[in-house]
Design a protein around this ligand. Structure first.
Ligand SMILES: NC(=O)c1ccc[n+]([C@@H]2O[C@H](COP(=O)([O-])OP(=O)(O)OC[C@H]3O[C@@H](n4cnc5c(N)ncnc54)[C@H](OP(=O)(O)O)[C@@H]3O)[C@@H](O)[C@H]2O)c1
Length: 376
């Protein structure tokens, strides 16, 4: 352990933030936040909307503020952890931190997918590291391995189950023969799905995560709204319902008849001509494969690259504890002098303007009329 402590300001103390703060306040876990070859990490402040509520939840009064901008501007804070979510004020706060030379760790996939080019430009401009391992796959280490450990490879394709809520719903539909609306209500009752489930069930959350994976795999920030999320429909020029919202119990049964399960698969591929193929679509996957047997709230990401071949990353894709593991890992990396998550990859500071086409190929013609791509 060398040097003065690195002082950490945490923005947000909800599901993830509470666990991040808890690690600093628990002696055993705090000892892991002092790398042998880096600076020790110290908690300097926590910004929340409701200070009274945070105080009653046991957070020390001396650390609390309801003014995140003060924490970002404070000369007593070196690193900002953003776990508040949403686009604003998170965007303005992180741009302020990065342009002021402060390292940033964020779990906010919606923010990165929407404002990635701007945030990357700010980080590259000041040289401050921006790390975001927790934004994809929750606790699964996948972004740093993709950007750093696989840096000598040419990524040819990737695919994965990136959203635990939709996977839990589809798993329940397959196991119990439940209708979509009932499986969604059950997921909401169990706390897997939000009261407003739109971001999950319509595929926006998975599309945001796919944008981040595509940035690291193919060097381009794709507009998340350009990611196809609606399956083709038989005998119709228009597309089906977004995400898993059009999947029926009969569709799930038809997949089972073919030895397959329906999964919301996010996929991306760079074609030989340089164009991008990507999508977040209900996909008929062989049940006997590792992807097909990824059930409940688990996530799995598979990457094909040359010369390594196929590599896969699996584990808990959400939850406060699991996600805090990735946030804290990023903090330790910064304490050890680590750079941004994209490490030594070439800069990608503009938006990809080459268009994105949906994955093409054979499909399962389902009873609802939707045509779900068949996964190999
Ligand atoms: N939950 C997961 O499993 C998970 C997994 C991976 C990534 N993430 C990402 O991590 C981030 C946080 O998620 P979460 O589930 O922890 O959210 P959450 O439970 O809703 O917590 C958000 C926290 O931020 C605070 N906050 C929000 N806006 C604020 C503002 N303007 N000023 C001050 N404080 C503010 C909230 O304060 P109040 O409570 O006072 O409103 C709350 O403490 C999101 O970007 C999410 O996408 C979450």
């Amino acid at each position: 352990m060398t040097g003065a402590p690195l002082r950490v300001g945490v923005l947000g103390a909800g599901t993830v933030g509470r666990e991040v703060v808890g690690a600093f306040l628990d002696g055993d876990r705090a000892a892991r936040l002092a790398p042998a070859d880096g600076r020790p990490l110290r908690l300097a402040g926590v910004a929340v909307r409701d200070v009274d509520r945070a105080r009653s939840a046991g957070l020390p009064d001396a650390l609390l503020t309801d003014a995140p901008a003060h924490l970002v501007a404070s000369p007593d804070v070196d690193v900002i952890v953003e776990v508040m979510g949403g686009l604003e004020p998170a965007r303005t706060l992180l741009l302020g931190a990065l342009s002021g030379g402060k390292a940033v760790v964020t779990a906010n996939k919606a923010l990165l997918a929407t404002h990635g080019p701007e945030l990357e430009a700010a980080a590259r401009g000041s040289g401050a590291p921006l790390r975001f391992e927790a934004s994809v796959g929750g606790g699964i280490p996948v972004l740093s391995p993709l950007a750093a450990d696989l840096a000598a490879n040419r990524v040819t394709s990737l695919r994965g189950i990136l959203n635990g809520t939709t996977n839990a719903i589809l798993t329940a539909m397959a196991r119990e023969g439940t209708a979509y609306a009932d499986a969604l209500a059950e997921a909401q009752a169990m706390g897997y799905a939000e009261a407003d489930p739109t971001a999950d069930v319509e595929g926006h959350d998975a599309a945001a995560k796919l944008v981040i994976l595509l940035r690291l795999a193919f060097g381009a920030w794709v507009d998340p709204t350009a990611i196809p999320r609606r399956p083709a429909v038989r005998d119709s020029a228009s597309l089906g319902a977004p995400g898993i919202t059009g999947v029926t119990a009969e569709d799930v049964a038809a997949a089972t008849d073919h030895g397959r399960v329906l999964k919301l698969v996010a996929s991306g591929r760079r074609r030989e001509d340089g164009s991008l193929e990507a999508g977040v679509l209900p996909t008929a996957v062989f049940g006997a494969t590792a992807l097909g047997s990824t059930d409940g709230v688990q996530n799995r990401i598979e990457i094909e690259a040359e010369p390594v071949g196929s590599v896969a990353f699996a584990g808990p894709g959400a939850g406060g504890g699991a996600t805090s593991s990735a946030v804290l890992g990023d903090l330790v990396a910064i304490a050890r002098g680590g750079a941004s998550t994209w490490a030594g990859l070439p800069a990608a500071v503009g938006r990809w303007d080459g268009g994105v086409s949906a994955p093409a190929g054979p499909a399962l013609a389902a009873p609802s009329g939707a045509c779900y791509p068949l996964a190999e």
